[in-house]
Write a protein of this length. Structure first.
Length: 313
């Protein structure tokens, strides 16, 4: 699949924002926040800014962005519609949570807002993953691992941002370092399983199956479907070289998992360097997620390519 850069930015920005919102809400529910600290207000503002930037970027690849609001009307059958609806609804508890922090509302009020905020953040990211996992026409996406990876990477990037915000305000709770470490470990394990799954899977669909023959029948077209490149070939037939993909996978693993984890441990050991180490960890993870999302699109193979270049997908 041709990588859609607006969608890549959407998933990176909103994923980090929802991850940060989720961990802020969990910290509120578990008593991990310092009462009266501006760190949580800054973190919530950053989370909402990232979420909003991602949602605005999602309209860039639409032919008629002014009609984007109609997407939420199909929530009964569309994961895209459910994602949009969940994203809008999540603004409500997140806004109330910030308001309650500012006015010093009773803990019961902030706890309810935090609970619904965490639920909305997790549900929105899950819907984002299911948009791709529900597509049977793309075998590399039609996997149960996909929404789990979306959740894990959102949790990891959000946890790194939360740790960076705390470090910027001179706070270094031990749990703020433990959460990104565990999230990064979970994301690493899921991505390893995902690569093993798509590399080791046999072709699910062949030209022979499209014509009603057995999967082992050898079918070759006499002429190509089109004499010149077209939209289907450009958008559905993007290919990345195997050696190039292997290098990008290695770089992604280093920048997304290894380097941020090392910087988190460095910040934990040397508290004075925490603001700088965590800033570098966030930048490294952002670049790593960019590579991960690009590969997620570039390595996907749409079944329409059976009629062009591939014998099996």
């Amino acid at each position: 699949m041709h990588p859609a850069y607006s969608v890549i930015f959407l998933t990176i920005s909103s994923g980090a924002g929802y991850g940060l919102l989720f961990w802020l809400c969990i910290a509120q529910l578990t008593g991990g926040l310092v009462a009266g600290s501006w760190a949580q207000i800054a973190g919530l503002a950053l989370a909402l800014a990232l979420i909003t930037a991602g949602l605005l970027a999602s309209t860039f690849h639409l032919g008629r962005p002014e009609r984007a609001f109609r997407a939420i009307t199909q929530w009964r059958s569309s994961w895209l519609s459910r994602e949009g609806l969940a994203a809008i609804v999540t603004y409500v508890p997140a806004g109330f949570l910030g308001l309650f922090w500012l006015v010093g509302a009773p803990p019961a009020w902030t706890s309810w807002a935090a609970a619904f905020g965490a639920l909305g953040a997790a549900l929105t990211v899950y819907c984002s993953g299911m948009i791709y996992a529900s597509l049977r026409t793309i075998p590399q996406w039609h996997l149960g691992l996909v929404p789990a990876i979306y959740l894990a990477l959102a949790a990891a990037s959000g946890a790194l941002l939360l740790d960076a915000v705390f470090a910027a305000f001179g706070q270094s709770p031990a749990w703020a370092a433990l959460v990104p470490a565990l999230s990064l470990a979970a994301g690493f394990a899921l991505k390893r399983r995902y690569f093993a799954a798509i590399d080791g899977a046999r072709a699910r669909y062949t030209r022979a199956m499209a014509l009603g023959f057995g999967p082992e029948a050898q079918i070759a077209p006499l002429d190509p479907p089109h004499a010149m490149p077209n939209f289907v070939m450009r958008e559905m037939g993007y290919e990345v070289g195997r050696r190039h993909a292997a290098r990008l996978r290695m770089l992604m693993m280093v920048f997304l998992f290894a380097l941020p984890l090392a910087l988190v441990l460095l910040a934990l050991i040397f508290g004075g360097a925490a603001p700088y180490a965590m800033a570098l960890a966030v930048l490294s993870a952002a670049f790593g997620v960019l590579l991960e999302r690009w590969l997620f699109f570039a390595e996907a193979q749409h079944v329409s390519m059976l009629y062009y270049t591939r014998s099996g997908v």
